[in-house]
Design a protein. Structure first.
Length: 392
């Protein structure tokens, strides 16, 4: 870590070249002798990646950035804020602190935070940035979080862990047993030192399989941002013996969509089926990841089009955690019938349908865009249909 990077001239150079072509910059030469050109280029590339993901860091002067991989692996501010909303108390230890985004937001809800990071340079960077950000209630430890936990030998209100999803060869992994540290191996240790543990995992993990790997799971939060699942959060509570509650959230600029249910009840829930009615509902991706296909029909009192279509319908409009549409027309999947409608431009979605969106566009000569939405799906009689909709 070279603090000369924070000199005014160098920081101004970095800001002035955030949109510059890196290869051209290198050809021109970088006019500083006290910092390597490579290091300055790394700062420019890392900062560029933070503009949308970490706006607080991006807009704060004199932030020191780690390499691009660390930026890629860190939580976004929007998901960090959500995680922080789930905790409270006096103390939390972040066993895999990384660039410190999660710890920063935890510090707004918890009195004292311990940030553990085994990488010395990254730990120093985080410590320096916390000073810049005027954070005073986070202690940075340049050690393995597991070692720190054992050395301190004290109780925390919360333990947070985001195990590394890279193996020794730096290849991506996502199974709990392949991540470092192995949460399956250390979960008893975690629950010894904290009443509650939050584990962040890849969105690719299978919920049922992971539930069998972890003890005392009280809640599973499926966190999506703008309809893209970003992470799974597993809340473990010492000696908890109830059912796991699934909490889905889709964080959007204009609103937040929430839906929760008892995971154990989904297999016994009964969906109601019907032909398309007045309105169509498409669940957000967090609900689809949760597999709440029957539960959402039962709890929201809406009908399902087909067992495998995962589209829902009703005669009265309801609040819904996903997209809502008014069904303007119902067509059989028939080329001649479709051409009579003279639809040449529309947004196309397929659910439980044999053709891809691209294949449909070629076959029916429909361009992308416009205010019309076409859903190609299968109804309860196993007939291929087209629902012509307007978005609400």
């Amino acid at each position: 870590m070279n603090l000369e990077l924070l000199n005014t001239e160098i920081q101004e150079f970095i800001d002035a070249n955030l949109k510059s072509d890196i290869s051209i910059l290198l050809l021109k030469g970088i006019p500083f002798n006290n910092v390597e050109a490579k290091t300055i280029i790394e700062q420019i590339e890392a900062k560029k990646r933070c503009e949308k993901k970490l706006p607080t860091w991006y807009t704060t002067k004199n932030i020191y950035y780690p390499n691009k991989l660390n930026i890629e692996q860190t939580s976004s501010e929007v998901t960090a804020k959500y995680k922080a909303s789930l905790v409270s108390g006096k103390s939390l230890i972040d066993l895999t602190g990384g660039f410190g985004i999660d710890a920063y937001y935890f510090s707004k809800h918890i009195e004292s935070i311990t940030h553990c990071e085994i990488n010395t340079e990254l730990s120093d960077i985080v410590k320096q940035n916390y000073k810049t950000l005027n954070v005073s209630n986070i202690a940075c430890k340049n050690e393995s979080g597991i070692d720190v936990l054992k050395q301190l030998d004290e109780l925390f209100d919360w333990i947070y862990i985001d195990p590394s999803r890279r193996d020794d060869s730096k290849q991506k992994v996502f199974l709990l047993s392949d991540c470092i540290p192995n949460v399956k191996t250390f979960q008893n240790l975690f629950l010894k030192y904290a009443q509650q543990v939050m584990v962040k995992t890849s969105p690719l993990l299978d919920l049922t399989a992971t539930l069998s790997d972890l003890k005392y799971v009280k809640e599973i939060h499926i966190v999506a941002v703008n309809n893209e699942v970003k992470e799974l959060l597993w809340i473990l509570e010492r000696d908890y013996d109830g059912d796991a509650i699934i909490k889905t959230v889709n964080l959007q600029k204009e609103n937040i969509q929430n839906f929760e249910f008892n995971f154990k009840n989904e297999p016994s829930s009964q969906a109601i089926y019907s032909e398309p009615l007045s309105y169509l509902y498409e669940p957000n991706v967090a609900i689809l990841k949760a597999g709440a296909f029957n539960t959402i029909s039962e709890l929201l009192n809406i009908n399902k089009l087909h067992k495998h279509s995962h589209l829902y319908t009703s005669d009265k409009i309801i609040d819904f955690p996903g997209r809502r549409f008014k069904i303007e027309n119902r067509l059989p999947f028939n080329k001649k019938v479709f051409f009579k409608e003279k639809i040449t431009k529309a947004n196309i979605t397929t659910r439980n349908f044999p053709l891809s969106v691209n294949d449909i566009r070629k076959k029916l000569k429909v361009k992308d865009g416009g205010n019309l939405y076409l859903f190609f799906t299968t109804n309860l009689n196993n007939e291929k249909i087209i629902l012509v909709c307007s978005k609400l």
